[in-house]
Design a protein around this ligand. Structure first.
Ligand SMILES: NC(=[NH2+])NCCC[C@H](N)C(=O)O
Ligand SMILES: [Mn+2]
Ligand SMILES: [Mn+2]
Length: 317
């Protein structure tokens, strides 16, 4: 069940939120995943499932009367308030010794989920599966979409000590740049490439997946975050953006990029991380059922459920 959990309980944190990017519909992702039967599927894997409805972000929305751009940042007050609420919720579940499973919603939410995890598991490593690095700062972002920025805030990079986020994101960052590893990258902005280089951040792009194979890549990723210690005993937060998968596998997502992970490569990552026994939190983000045909949406939802099951112990044998 995992060495850092007090019981085999998964707490589903459904986050119907789209404010970190421009396309509508990603806020319906969590409803779709739950309606597809995810809670019951996790029960069948032997988990006790805690789910009392999705997060009520409308209440937060009502408290924000105007949300003008700050610099180029879009909807900064809303994203800040929502991610703060998510951090508190994830923290609460982690403190109870349960595994928070956050369903997105756009990837800005991970500023909240990872903050919540790190408040409880201060030595947790972050494994980020994505076509994108999501490490733009408010200064480097070309789009102003905050789903492209959560990692820079988590690391406290220069330019992230800005309102309204500095009202709750700690000035002394909870995440260190050597505690983070990426898998699946293939669409990185110029500013992000410089940040990755300057901070010496470990990243396995699709080129590396092709070169070494996914098995070796996951081994190297785990070695990296564990400082090459064979004990491999660091807690792990897995943040999985469904656009890491190839668009032929998971088409209904807001920023698809060709040349992605196969169905098996995506599942292998989840299975291998479950096997470590060190997972303390899982995010599944950027499922947008309103994009493309219904058939594509159904396929993406099914793959999303299947990735989560793989991270929660489903194996073929
Ligand atoms: N979570 C995502 N899908 N992020 C896509 C980010 C794309 C681009 N790098 C940006 O900053 O806007
Ligand atoms: Mn992405
Ligand atoms: Mn992402």
């Amino acid at each position: 069940m995992g060495r850092f959990l007090k019981e085999k309980t998964v707490a589903i944190v459904g986050c119907p939120f789209s404010g970190g990017q421009r396309r509508t519909g990603v806020d319906t992702g969590p409803h779709a995943l739950v309606s597809a039967g995810l809670p019951k599927q996790l029960e069948e894997l032997g988990w006790k499932v805690e789910f009392n409805g999705h997060q009520k972000f409308e209440e937060i929305g009502k408290t924000i009367t105007s949300d003008a751009d700050i610099g180029v940042m879009k909807q900064p007050r809303l994203v800040s308030a929502v991610t703060k609420a998510v951090a508190d919720t994830v923290e609460k579940h982690a403190r109870a010794g349960h595994l928070p499973l956050t369903l997105g919603g756009d990837h800005s939410l991970a500023l909240g989920t990872v903050s919540g995890s790190l408040r409880v598991h201060s030595d947790a490593a972050l494994i980020w599966i994505d076509a994108h690095a999501d490490i733009n700062t408010p200064e480097t972002t070309e789009t102003g979409n905050l789903h492209g920025c959560p990692v820079s805030f988590l690391l406290g990079l220069p330019g992230t000590d800005v309102e309204p986020f500095n009202s709750w994101v700690p000035a002394k960052p909870l995440l260190r740049s050597d505690s983070l590893v990426y898998i699946g990258l293939r669409d990185i902005d110029a500013g992000e490439r410089k940040i990755l280089r300057d901070n010496n951040i470990k990243a396995f792009s699709m080129h590396h997946v092709d070169k070494y194979g996914i098995g070796k890549v996951v081994e190297m990723a785990l070695d990296h975050v564990n400082g090459n210690s064979s004990r491999r005993d660091r807690p792990v937060h897995l943040s999985f953006d469904v656009d890491a998968l190839d668009p032929t596998v998971a088409p209904s997502t807001g920023t698809p990029v060709r040349g992605g992970l196969t169905f098996r490569e995506g599942h292998y990552i989840c299975e291998a991380l479950y096997e470590t026994g060190c997972l303390v939190a899982v995010d599944l983000m950027e499922v947008n059922p309103s994009l493309l045909e219904d058939r594509d949406a159904q396929q993406t939802i099914a793959v999303g459920c299947s990735l989560v099951r793989a991270a929660m112990g489903e194996t073929l044998l």
